[in-house]
Ligand binder design. Structure first.
Ligand SMILES: O=C(O)c1ccccc1N[C@@H]1O[C@H](COP(=O)(O)O)[C@@H](O)[C@H]1O
Length: 188
């Protein structure tokens, strides 16, 4: 459908978690030029290295409380996800994770690390940031145009909002989401 990237969730508690074998099958079916993102949450280094040794991964997404040293320790491009708790200082975060490919901003949730379908206040996305902003959290075909208009992110990341049930992607919802994005790009 024209998405630039596809995320593989290597977080066992997630309903979207994949095994290495499933990830290999997904990657093998991808057309060229689609960025493969591997998502981890406070994972043991050994487990991350095992995925890197067996799956063609272009970008690591760290969605937990990983330190900058941990994130850069794999010698691979990475992107730090930040859950937008009250008072988070994004300028300082961007400085600490200065070599991150971007800052992925997601809603904060007391009981989950992500993939909750909850949005945060898009007015909190800074107009200026030293890193490209990837907007996530509760995006749907119905709200994505508004999200783009308010937050003006570099990229979007959607999961729950294009599913028919937790972990089951819905073709029509994905198509509707992409259509909304293309319409926004066309009309501003
Ligand atoms: O998808 C998950 O299950 C997940 C689990 C733990 C951390 C992150 C997870 N997904 C990421 O969460 C955001 C927001 O997702 P949603 O659209 O609100 O469902 C996104 O970056 C997902 O990749």
């Amino acid at each position: 459908m024209g998405a630039d990237a596809l995320g593989l969730v290597f977080y066992p508690p997630s309903p979207r978690a994949v095994t290495v074998a499933q990830a290999q099958a997904v990657v093998a079916a991808l057309p060229p030029f689609v960025t493969v993102v591997a998502l981890f949450v406070d994972e043991q280094e050994e487990a991350v290295r095992d995925v890197l040794a067996n799956v063609r991964v272009d970008l690591l997404q760290f969605h937990g409380d990983e330190s900058p040293e941990y994130c850069r320790g794999f010698g691979r491009p990475y992107m730090k996800a930040i859950r937008m708790a009250e008072g988070v200082d994004l300028a300082q975060v961007a400085w600490r994770y200065h070599d991150s490919a971007g800052l992925l901003l997601d809603a904060w949730h007391p009981d989950a690390k992500g993939g909750t379908g909850a949005a945060f206040d898009w007015e909190r996305v800074p107009a200026q940031c030293s890193l490209p902003i990837v907007l996530a959290g509760g995006l749907t075909p119905d709200n994505v145009r508004q999200a783009l208009a308010v937050a003006r992110p570099y990229a979007l990341d959607v999961s729950s909002g294009v599913e028919s049930a937790k972990g089951i992607k819905d073709f029509d919802k994905m198509a509707a989401f992409l259509n909304e994005v293309y319409e926004f790009e066309r009309t501003g």
